[in-house]
Design a protein around this ligand. Sequence first.
Ligand code: PLP
Length: 303
Amino acid sequence: MDVLRTPIINSPIAIKNSNVSLFLKREDLIHPFISGNKYRKLKYNISEAKRLKKTTLLTFGGAFSNHIAATAYAGNIYGLNTIGVIRGAELDTQIESNPTLKFARACGMDLHFISRVQYRHKMSPDFHNRLNDLFGDFYLIPEGGTNALAVQGCEEILTKDDEQFDVICCCVGTGGTIAGLINASKPHQRIIGFPALKGDFLRKDIRKFATQDNWELMSDYHFGGYAKINPELIAFINRFKNTCNIPLDPIYTGKMMYGLFDLIEKGYFPQNSKILAIHTGGLQGLAGMNVKLKRKNLPLIEV
Ligand SMILES: *Cc1c(COP(=O)(O)O)cnc(C)c1O
């Protein structure tokens, strides 16, 4: 699997009154639907599924999941059937009004909705047996796409040129991306993760795959939890788009950049630090988030 046709650029980001430098690695430009880290995570999994002569990919995700959109699209172009096990039994009547699910279905993904309680047990052997009874044989990709092959793919985000940076920042969902960055980093580099959700389980999950200790998590920028946002975050994302001409998503990259700007403003980084933040993509989720914001009468994210 290779949709990567152009080299990834590191865009300089101007920051006022600061003597650190900041660059944003534009992994979001890899592809409109298999974007950012989801491309990195699927790459070796799709090769492995093909090697094992599997004909179907099965994976899990929520209503606006970037991973579901990416898997549906990738399966379609690489000739694999896809099954998406979706969190929320009520969503099966809302496909038309949910841009992510509508897109996944249009790519040929078979959507299978389960309750939130069932979803919590989605990795149990019992549940897998049930899925096998329903769908036959499949290649299973965990939620968020994270497994050892995904981490291997994410190790390719950093290049030789990136060795000049002192600090590398990324968003954290399941921890696969940061684990890849940690493994690919040099001893003089520090990796800082910005979790998009609350909870202490992340450190353990990251340690499962990470081979070095040069990392930390900044846990104060999740805005109340996964997919929770507020008008301040929306204003930040819109301001960033207007000044840098780079779109951010509200679930991951917006929170990371908000946090990173806050840390820079507070003088967290030593003078002359060179910082590289990874734009992990996720822009397909904007449409769905704007549907939600409109319903709540909140300001929209400019696209
Ligand atoms: C899925 C996703 C993440 C989270 O990556 P993990 O490897 O699960 O930590 C970060 N950013 C974006 C845009 C994503 O879609």
